[in-house]
Design a protein around this ligand. Sequence first.
Ligand code: GDP
Ligand code: IMO
Ligand code: MG
Length: 422
Amino acid sequence: MVDVLLGLQWGDEGKGKIADFLTPSYDVVARFQGGPNAGHSLEINGKKHVLNTIPSGIFHENCINLIGNGVVIDPILLRAEIEKTIAAGADVRSRLYISKKAHLILPSHRLLDAASEKAKGDDKIGSTLRGISPTYQDKTGRSGLRIGDADSPDFKKLYTKALEKHISVFRYYAFDYQEELTRLESQWFEAVEYLRGFKQVNSEFFLHRHITEGKKVLAEGAQGSLLDLDFGSYPYVTSSNTISGGACVGLGLAPKHIRKVTGIFKAYCTRVGSGPFPTELNDETGEFLRTKGHEFGATTGRPRRTGWLDLPALKYAIMLSGVDELIMMKADVLSGLDTINAALSYEGCSDEEQCPFNIQGTTVTPVYKEFAGWQEDISVMRQYNELPESFRNYISFMEAECAVPIRIISIGPDREQTIQKK
Ligand code: GDP
Ligand code: IMO
Ligand code: MG
């Protein structure tokens, strides 16, 4: 049996915190897409941990953490992350499993990301510069390297062949790559060797065996539904499928094994990087959300753009993934506001077309509903019925609008700051 946990907005919804919170009910936590563009924060006993490629169940004893075939791995970054996580007390050696089919981010992929972003100028995606898009391009172009290839005596040859192609692209961009490439290359090969010391598996068989043995699996998404390659605000998206369907291809999982899809959303919205954001607030309320919510990228440190909750976009994400239950995050950040807004629709858009084909460059005007705020500090509350009435009204409204129950309300970064409803 597999449950899927994913973000319903533009990322950073709090997936790491919730995956860690839910892990005690699962035997396996498996990441199915993305790579070190992700930054998943967990706070345990007041200490913050950020995971990029390692699944968020790693701090729990007896939990298998699988990096699936749909994930792209930068060996240098994964090695550093493993060492940091071991130093933080997690037994990564026994808990981490890596799919042999996961593709490798080469040093040249990182540099190609930088070259492409530079060439785009004002139209840049605002990528995390982790080489994500070039790596997935080589995967679909059938010229990528997988981590399992490192066992082959021809590995170096495969690397050189891939690099030759990349060099021709650097020339096209007139991009100065040599110095940085030389700096990274030896570290990269050492890190690939280091990772060979970890458990690399045929992950589709590995996962299937655990499912047939009756084990419980949590498939952990990265990024968010609105960054999905097909359904996000293209081209301002990431290069993988972040919706629930992505869990099937990213793990070799048959859809019939999926029991439940849980969608996570913030009580407001954030976005990092470029692209449309209809409810964005470029005013003092936006600044209030950024400061109080510590809305700065866990991976890149970039300030996140902030805005009101966008219901057309949220409902779209719920539809795409068949979300069965919702988790609302970070409502504590809204405490202290006299009124709170949420977009109910976009002006002039029919129900069928609430998320238009292309909103980039066009003006989408959100139609807002205003809610009464609350002044209490809800981050110290632990029971649903302690929460202020105006907040409970906000929750009920969202449940009715989305026609999906909200099961958990997160009111702070710590594991303890989590309220189960019902
Ligand atoms: P992820 O990428 O979806 O795992 O989310 P990030 O870790 O990038 O961003 C979420 C941020 O919000 C992190 O700094 C978390 O520690 C923090 N956080 C998570 N849940 C809550 C919450 O309910 N309230 C507050 N104030 N912070 C939270
Ligand atoms: P988590 O898992 C927020 C955004 C980037 C950029 C776009 C493409 O922490 O929620 P990429 O490097 O993937 O080619 O960048 O996607 N992006 C994220 N935004 N959270 C993330 O991950 C993101 N991963 C990528 O900012 O706009
Ligand atoms: Mg994040």
